[in-house]
Ligand binder design. Sequence first.
Ligand code: HSE
Length: 432
Amino acid sequence: MKTVKVGMIGFGTIGAGVAKILTQNSEIIKRRLGAAVELVKVADLDIITDRGVKLASDVLTTSADEVINHPDIDVVIELIGGYEPARKFLLQSIAQGKHVVTANKALLAKHGDEIFSAVTEKGLSIGFEASIGGAIPIIRSIREAFVANRIQTIEGIVNGTANYILSKMSDENCDFDTALKEAQEKGFAEADPTFDIEGIDSAHKIAVLTRLAYGTPVSFDDITVSGISDISSEDIECAREFGYRIKLLAISKYDGEKIDIRVHPAMIPVAHPMANVNGVLNAIRVCDDMMDENVLIGHGAGALPTGSAVVGDVVEIARNILSGVGERLPAGSFQEVKNIPLKGISEIESEYFLRFSVVDHPGVLSKISGILGKHSISIESMIQRGRGDRGEGVPLVMMCHKANEKNIQSALKEIEELDVVCEKPNLIRVER
Ligand code: HSE
């Protein structure tokens, strides 16, 4: 029986998951593939820490070159994350004629063109299912299952850590720091957790999905990004009272002319298919001209869900190798890449949730509603809480009908300057 040989660079949380799946389920893989998949070299700077997986003593090495230049290795898996040296290792592996598999969304968001071109030039394959949504087969769905359809919207909860934090704050009244610490301990968070919290990881993922869905490369720097660090328990509670949940959403919508791409916390109605996707679960909603809406839900982070996606890619590539097929699908999913202009955030329209901290005096509400009215913003409903002591701010929250983002921003700027407003107003966009 033939053996497909695999090397891996990076033996952290996900690497350990991949090694566990390849060893523990090797018989299943062999039966389903008709060949064995053997992990022959694993490189990491730390080969001392026990990862809970037993590998033969000659498998571990501290040298990535031993993987890249290994004459028998067919597929190199990159799991070190970050831009460098991950980019260099992938390009060197491709130059050596190795197929590659990566979970590195940051790298693909920034250097996707270079890496995809290198793979295509060499007639090799690249698997990157694990870069988005952990175990959810979203890349395969877009590239293969939905290949004939014109995607109009791709959006979702694509960061497990942020979703874990928001869910815990909402359901268990857990504070932000405790929830983050738990997510880190469970191995969901990025090496730098600000990537999770500030929406950067979600932006990397939506950049990669946008390229796949519409065939256009998007520069990460052009995406409007805000994270969840300004979300308070009060926002979560008010959202619930209005009939919504707060989720960190990555959004990419194509109206035929421009792409509206952004990452921010959003209020979604409780009946929305993604409203009850909690904890580390991710959800990705795809709308197109043929199927209306599909929502894929699954484990978005962690060693085994993400490891499963990596192994799935390895087996897919192994199938191609065994059947003598080279590159079966263009890496970026489109044969021809086109540049579609992006919509600036000031061009969008949305419904809004606004939270103000105001002094509790007569006439305050009319001042605020007057400014909103002047900017053509219509209030749908409102809650005012408590009665603060003299000088202390009380929360005033409102839902506004659909309005222009530019008008909302101008109104908030004016409201912030009122002497009855105690803090910078908070805005959360509503998505349906
Ligand atoms: N840090 C990421 C998350 C891991 O929390 O979703 C998966 O990309």
